[in-house]
Write a protein that binds this ligand. Structure first.
Ligand code: URA
Length: 238
C-alpha cells in the first residue's frame, strides 16, 4: 500500500494532509525519515508519525442481509444503498463482492481486502452462489433439466455452465450457479420459459447468510468464513 494511503487510512488525516506531513519529513519508515508519499510500504514495515507508531488498519469483511429496494452501490442519488445502514468508518474503502439487483434480497458482502474480493468474485475460482427463487409457475421437468444442463441466454455466445437445481416448493427452486452474468438468474428462468417473482441469495462459496440477521442488518465475517480454501471450487451445499 502507498505510504500516504496507509497514513490516511490509519489516522484522521485526509490523503492530502498525509502527503503534506510526509513531505515535511514528519514520517519515518523503519526508522528512516521518508519524504515520498507514493512509496510502497510492505506488510511488516514500521511507520511512525512524529515518533508515534502508526497501526495499520485491520482489513474488514462484512455480510449484509440486503433488503429489497436498496442498491449495491457506494453512492446513489435515487435509492438507499447497502452502505446507508452500515455504521463503520471509511465506508468509501469498502467494495461489494457480488452485487444484487435492487429487488433481490439476501447475502451481500463488502470488504476492503482487494485480493479477497478478487478471489471470491473472479469466475476463475468458480465459487458457487446459491439462490432461493420464487417462480411465476411450477417449473416443468424439462425446465429443471435445461437449467441443470446449462441454459443458452439471449445475447450470450456460450451457454451458462450447468447449475445445481433443487425443487423446494410448488413454485420454488434452489439454484446454484458459478458465474455472475448480468441478471443471470432472471435471464436463465426467462430463457426456459418461466419467470422469477422473488429472488433471495442464501450463500456464496461456503459463506451462508446468517439467519439471525433480519433484512438490513449486518455483521463481520468470522475467521472461518473469511478463509477461502484454494482447493475448493464450490460451496458445501447445492
Ligand atoms: N441474478 C439475477 O438475475 N439478479 C440478481 O440480483 C442476482 C442474480
Amino acid at each position: 500500500m502507498r505510504l500516504d494511503k496507509l497514513i490516511s487510512n490509519a489516522t484522521a488525516f485526509t490523503r492530502s494532509q498525509a502527503k503534506a506531513v510526509i513531505k515535511k519529513g514528519k514520517v519515518t519508515l523503519n526508522g528512516e525519515p521518508i519524504t515520498q508519499p507514493a512509496i510502497h510500504v510492505d506488510e511488516n514495515a514500521h511507520v511512525e508519525y512524529i515518533g508515534v507508531a502508526i497501526k495499520k488498519p485491520q482489513l474488514r469483511y462484512i455480510m449484509i442481509n440486503k433488503p429489497a429496494g436498496v442498491v449495491c452501490a457506494n453512492v446513489d442519488k435515487q435509492h438507499p444503498t447497502i452502505f446507508d445502514s452500515l455504521f463503520v468508518p471509511r465506508k468509501d474503502a469498502l467494495h461489494v463482492a457480488g452485487r444484487l439487483d435492487i429487488d433481490t434480497t439476501g447475502l451481500v458482502m463488502v470488504t476492503d481486502d482487494g485480493q479477497w474480493l478478487h478471489r471470491i468474485t473472479s469466475p476463475k475460482h468458480q465459487h458457487q452462489k446459491i439462490y432461493r427463487v420464487d417462480l411465476d409457475a411450477p417449473p416443468s421437468e424439462k425446465q429443471l433439466r435445461q437449467l441443470s444442463e446449462g441454459v443458452q441466454l439471449k445475447d450470450e455466445e456460450r451457454p451458462c455452465q450447468p447449475a445445481s437445481v433443487e425443487l423446494i416448493g410448488e413454485k420454488q427452486i434452489r439454484l446454484g450457479i458459478v458465474e455472475g452474468k448480468y441478471h443471470q438468474v432472471k435471464r436463465m428462468l426467462a430463457a426456459v420459459g418461466n419467470h422469477v417473482v422473488k429472488l433471495h441469495r442464501e450463500q456464496i462459496a461456503h459463506i451462508k447468510l446468517d439467519e439471525a440477521l433480519v433484512a438490513g442488518q449486518w455483521r463481520e465475517l468470522t475467521e472461518d468464513e473469511i478463509l477461502l480454501d484454494p482447493e475448493s471450487s464450490t460451496g458445501d451445499s447445492a
